[in-house]
Ligand binder design. Structure first.
Ligand code: COI
Length: 354
């Protein structure tokens, strides 16, 4: 398929003070978009000025949430070059989500080439300061105007870009986590491991209640027993328990995080013994109380590595450590971001030059 490139006549003003960059509030001048219908397949691929989509009010996505998305980042490296982190992993997860949501797969090479072209055109939007990056949001929505419940026959796939700073307003400060004993995020056989908007919509009520109690995020328990910790919607969770690393196994309800996979590799290479196993909420709370749980942190593209400062479960709240980010958490953050920003060589083949 040919990629058409349309001109941008009215470029926006860029952020001059990068310390003010938040997460996902500003978007660049251009976007990638392509269309799908059953007869033509994917077609009309183009890079065009960023702007509103025209959607029929009956578009399936607006009624039944047939939608998927991804999150990845472009970094400005210390030598001035631009690079993407593990883009092929994100694009293949995009296709796995598409399959789960009965949506058409994309040609992975074509989408990656189009993304690289988009980043080259928007290179000036990649911020320069430490901790900043250009967040990339590939998205697919069902655009057919039809109110019956079945997979749509028409789709849009688009990519938008947003220069970002830290995901949490407190930067790398430890987050306060509320463990929900009421709401659940994902059940076996559901869509928990697909990156689909409905999973996030379903999490909002618990997040709102947690925020009202002064908590930053919700840690979800498994839906069948409400006993084992699974994930925080925006991050996979890791626990330094005694001297081992514990993280939830990927059994259908937890997102296959790409930062999770990268963290596992780096932790293995640091010599840690890793257990991908169900960890009960009682073990978390007891471990935090008796000091066996030394550190906890979340991993995700948006959050990178996020230290956890406290857990609250059934109105019982426990602070982890001294309230500062843990030593291992900060070491992992440094190792990962050193590779992303080019301060250390990429011996894992995770970096794609733009
Ligand atoms: C990401 O980390 O890229 C995500 O997609 C999480 C998002 C909901 C902020």
């Amino acid at each position: 398929m040919k990629l058409e490139i349309l001109p941008v006549n009215y470029p926006k003003a860029k952020i001059d003070d990068e310390s003010k960059l938040a997460f996902g509030r500003q978007f660049t001048d251009r976007m990638f978009i392509m269309e799908f219908d059953r007869k033509l397949g994917w077609h009309s691929a183009r890079i065009q000025p960023y702007g509103p989509l025209s959607l029929d009010p009956a578009a399936t996505v607006l009624h039944y949430s047939q939608e998927i998305f991804e999150g990845l980042k472009a970094f400005r490296r210390v030598d001035g070059s631009l690079a993407l982190f593990r883009p092929r992993d994100n694009i293949s997860r995009f296709n796995r989500s598409a399959t789960r949501m009965c949506m058409p797969e994309v040609d992975e090479d074509f989408l990656l080439d189009s993304l690289l072209e988009l980043i080259r055109l928007e290179a000036d939007w990649v911020p320069k300061s430490e901790g900043t990056s250009l967040y990339i949001r590939p998205t697919m929505i069902a655009s057919e105007a039809f109110l019956g419940v079945r997979p749509a026959d028409q789709y849009l796939c688009y990519i938008i870009l947003s220069p970002v700073g830290a995901y949490y307003s407190g930067g790398i400060a430890p987050v306060k986590i509320w463990i929900s004993d009421n709401y659940v995020r994902a059940a076996h056989g559901g869509t928990g491991e697909a990156k689909t908007g409905g999973n996030y919509a379903a999490s909002l009520m618990a997040a709102k209640e947690a925020a009202e109690k002064g908590y930053d995020q919700v840690l979800w328990l498994d839906a069948s027993e409400k006993k084992y910790v699974e994930e925080v919607g925006s991050m996979n969770m890791f626990f330094l328990y005694d001297d081992k690393i514990i993280t939830s196994p990927l059994k259908g309800t937890v997102l296959h995080g790409i930062t999770r996979r990268s963290a596992l590799k780096l932790l293995q290479n640091m010599g840690y013994q890793i257990e991908e196993r169900a960890l009960s909420v009682d073990e978390v709370m007891e471990g935090a109380a008796n000091g066996r749980l030394k550190e906890a942190f979340g991993t995700g593209t948006a959050v990178v590595i996020s230290p956890v400062g406290s857990f609250c479960y059934k109105d019982h709240c426990i602070q982890l450590g001294d309230g500062e980010p843990g030593e291992l958490t900060m070491k992992l953050y440094k190792e990962l971001t050193d590779i992303q920003y080019g301060r250390q060589p990429d011996k894992y083949g995770w970096i794609t030059a733009v």
